[in-house]
Write a protein that binds this ligand. Structure first.
Ligand SMILES: *Cc1c(COP(=O)(O)O)cnc(C)c1O
Length: 395
């Protein structure tokens, strides 16, 4: 059996998203900046997509900027807010220790440029409270950037409450909503969100296309210089097939959020309950407040990489840490941020499922994963030390 359980890394494009993409590749090839009819036809379609996306997150079409994905949107949001802050002499930025690297690495660059970065601790459950944010805001704070939901451990953060605090204190609030868009309800106006990033390939759309929402009046700094596309804020001929496909995928996902949430979280809970029967393991993240499709465990005495390879041989595609972290030997910064010791963090497994996964696939994973964990422990010198009492169990 083949099971794709790595939807937090990327999702398979839906039939609808593929059809829309192909149809625009075949039929609408104009450049939206061209003045002739073929170009203007493309421009009209682009305007439709902007409206569709805006309607999905509760903003105006003029507040939508199409980008090459979530990473670019995060970069532009942070760099723009920093530039606005600098002009007002405000150089303090608040974020969390477990953001995506698109945020964390941009913050590192801003720190080198003289900004003061404060990363709030996320505690054992992997969340921050609005009170933590309120207490951290100072007169010189120019930006709060906190993710909507974490890509590794799936915790969903109190974004509405944080938005309220930021609005009351007149501080810009950006949220990386890449894991939330299409899976949880978002309304930027009601939630007091000033800037938001999303990425098409996390909700069954194509890779290489995303959105930065920026509230009207926020002056954006260009990351890509060139032509006057996207109201002069993001140069480059628009990826029309990708944008149209993304808009269709987002609209489709948003129309089925409640239905998908119920179905997927049911599968998730079965998987979590079953895996918890494995001795010396622990669920990572908030047991209650988590993405419907996220399952993340630490198994003591084994290496996540070996677990992944053996599961892959059995047809199960999973992940250990994030796609960006795997390939390096450092344990996930997210697991370290929630207080998992290095040794334990190395033995992590993330399964991220979606509405395409089935009960049979969950049964199959519940049958195979415990066997693979036991097999690896049987060969592990660390496990030997643990059961002989030479080392103390941590889980
Ligand atoms: C995937 C992801 C990104 C990056 O999006 P890309 O479109 O792949 O650049 C950013 N943030 C989070 C939380 C993600 O899960």
């Amino acid at each position: 059996m083949n099971v794709y359980a790595d939807n937090a890394a990327t999702t398979e494009m839906s039939r609808l998203a593929k059809d829309v993409m192909i149809s625009y590749m075949e039929n609408i090839y104009g450049n939206p900046s061209s003045l002739h009819s073929i170009g203007q036809r493309a421009a009209e379609e682009l305007a439709k997509a902007r409206k569709q996306v805006a309607d999905c997150i509760g903003c105006d079409p003029v507040e939508i900027y199409f980008t090459s994905g979530g990473s670019e949107a995060d970069n532009q949001a942070l760099v723009s807010a920093a530039a606005i802050g600098k002009r007002k002499g405000r150089k303090h930025i608040i974020s969390t220790a477990f953001e995506h690297h698109a945020v964390l690495h941009t913050l590192e660059r801003l720190e080198k440029e003289g900004f003061e970065i404060e990363l709030l601790p996320v505690g054992e459950k992997g969340t921050v409270t609005a009170k933590q944010v309120a207490d951290a805001i100072r007169p010189d704070t120019c930006l709060v950037t906190i993710m909507y939901a974490n890509n590794e451990i799936g915790s969903v953060l109190p974004i509405s409450e944080i938005g309220q605090v930021c609005r009351a204190k007149d501080v810009l609030f950006h949220t990386d909503a890449v894991q939330a868009a299409g899976h949880l309800h978002i309304n930027v106006k009601e939630q007091n969100i000033d800037m938001l990033s999303l990425s098409a390939h996390k909700f069954h759309g194509p890779k290489g296309v995303g959105v930065l929402y920026a509230k009207r009046g926020i002056f954006l700094t260009n990351i890509i210089e060139g032509g006057a596309q996207e109201r002069g804020k993001r140069a480059g001929t628009e990826n029309l097939p990708g944008i149209m496909s993304m808009a269709a995928a987002l609209e489709d996902s948003c129309s089925r959020i409640d239905e998908n949430y119920a179905a997927v979280s049911h599968l998730r809970d079965r998987l979590i309950e079953g895996l918890l029967k494995i001795p010396h393991c622990a669920l990572n993240g908030d047991p209650d407040n988590r993405l419907p499709g996220n399952i993340n465990f630490c198994f003591e005495g084994i290496e996540g990489e070996s677990l992944l390879l053996l599961l892959d041989a059995k047809g199960i595609c999973a992940s250990s840490g994030s796609a960006c972290t795997s390939g390096s030997l450092d344990p996930s910064h997210v697991l370290l941020a929630i207080g998992r010791p290095h040794e334990v963090a190395h033995g992590s497994l993330r399964l991220s499922i979606c509405e395409n996964n089935t009960e049979e696939e969950i049964d199959y994973m519940l049958e195979e994963i415990p066997k693979v964990v036991e097999y690896l422990r049987g060969m592990s010198p660390v496990w030997k030390d643990l059961i002989s009492g030479k080392k103390q169990f941590m889980l």
